[in-house]
Design a binder for this molecule. Structure first.
Ligand SMILES: Nc1nc2c(ncn2[C@@H]2O[C@H](COP(=O)(O)OP(=O)(O)OP(=O)(O)O)[C@@H](O)[C@H]2O)c(=O)[nH]1
Ligand SMILES: [Mg+2]
Length: 325
């Protein structure tokens, strides 16, 4: 939804584009010179109207109505820009489009009644002038909507209605490798607001149910005290997806983080998010001691089926793992 938002032309670009098209219109021979001029001017005005209003109406139609979207998206958008200003700008764009239609209808009516060539040209100039001021009047709105578009394209395409598991854990513990194992490499990558890294989304079937699994590098991988306000809010909006968590612990030492640090992040994640938590030991092929009930190896596939069974139980509400194990 958010990555299909169209590009926004600024006022001058829209005027230039419309005028350029209009300038290419020429009317073939007419018995009366006035009729030729009249026809040409009317065609040009109609073209300007069609191109300009076509663009403006497309914006009104394709920019999502944020006031109806899922709370997860709404919260992210709210962090990125002022939703009231967005609504107002779309309203202004809509207004401009309607004004241009009124203006061209009015001028064309008068053109049909006008007699002399001089009068016709005067009406054309009047149209051009008034048309340009309407389009220029919404330049601030177009500029703002263009910025909103750039921001909205960073919103990940997560289906907030689908059952979701979020993979969390410190850097290098094996999140991406596990996601590939669970979803068979069919992974989509999307940016996430206020973080530098992309999140990945994969899908798989658990029993009959299609679920999505989200890998969140840079989002749930370090203590909150290392984050700024915006990052914290962006992380918190994950709460609104109401997913369950697969929290990975790598005791092998391979990831470079002590188990103590990993457990303390686990505690934070429990506080932040509301779903059930499955703690999973990773890289079981590298480390023989078992620290959690479920131990997996993305390298050998060990434990993956056990993890999937546990996920299915969690989904069906038959296993509550809020306390972590
Ligand atoms: N031997 C072994 N290596 C693994 C396993 N899982 C991951 N690795 C390796 O561990 C390293 C980190 O794995 P990733 O899956 O990239 O870890 P990550 O948590 O996604 O890392 P970030 O995205 O940086 O947070 C890579 O070199 C993997 O090949 C495993 O089960 N066994
Ligand atoms: Mg990764």
């Amino acid at each position: 939804m958010f990555n299909r938002v169209p590009t926004v032309l600024r006022s001058q670009e829209l005027i230039d584009k419309s005028f350029l098209r209009a300038s290419k219109i020429t009317e073939p021979y007419h018995f009366k010179l006035e009729d030729k001029i009249r026809k040409e001017i009317i065609d040009r005005i109609s073209t300007i109207e069609a191109i300009t209003c076509g663009h403006l109406n497309k914006l009104v139609k394709k920019f999502p109505s944020i006031w109806n979207v899922h709370p997860f998206y709404r919260e992210l958008v709210d962090l990125m820009f002022d939703i009231d200003a967005y609504k107002l700008s779309l309203g202004n764009v809509n207004w401009a489009s309607k004004r241009i239609v009124e203006l061209s209808t009015d001028v064309i009516k008068r053109l049909k009644r006008a007699g002399e060539a001089k009068q016709l040209t005067k009406l054309m100039n009047e149209f051009y002038g008034r048309y340009s001021s309407i389009v220029k009047a919404i330049d601030k709105d177009l500029s703002f909507l263009g910025k909103c578009r750039d921001e909205m394209r960073k919103i990940p395409d997560i289906d907030p209605e689908m059952q979701t598991f979020i993979i969390a854990g410190m850097p290098n513990v094996g999140k991406s490798s596990l996601l590939s194992r669970l979803t068979g490499n069919v992974v989509r990558v999307a940016p996430y607001p206020f973080t530098t890294q992309n999140i990945s989304v994969g899908y798989t079937l658990l029993g009959e149910e299609k679920i999505q699994i989200i890998d969140t590098p840079g989002i749930l991988d370090r203590p909150m005290k290392e984050r700024n306000q915006m990052e914290i809010k962006a992380v918190l909006s994950l709460r609104l997806i109401q997913g369950h968590i697969i929290f990975l612990l790598d005791p092998s030492g391979h990831a470079g983080y002590s188990l103590e640090n990993q457990y303390s992040l686990l505690e934070e994640v429990k506080q932040l998010l509301s779903g059930d938590i499955i703690t999973v030991q990773t890289k079981s092929d590298l480390y023989s001691e078992r620290i959690t009930e479920i131990a997996v190896s993305a390298a050998t596939g060990e434990g993956i089926e056990a993890l999937k069974s546990r996920m299915e139980l969690v989904l069906n509400g038959q296993f509550s793992t809020q306390k972590g194990d």
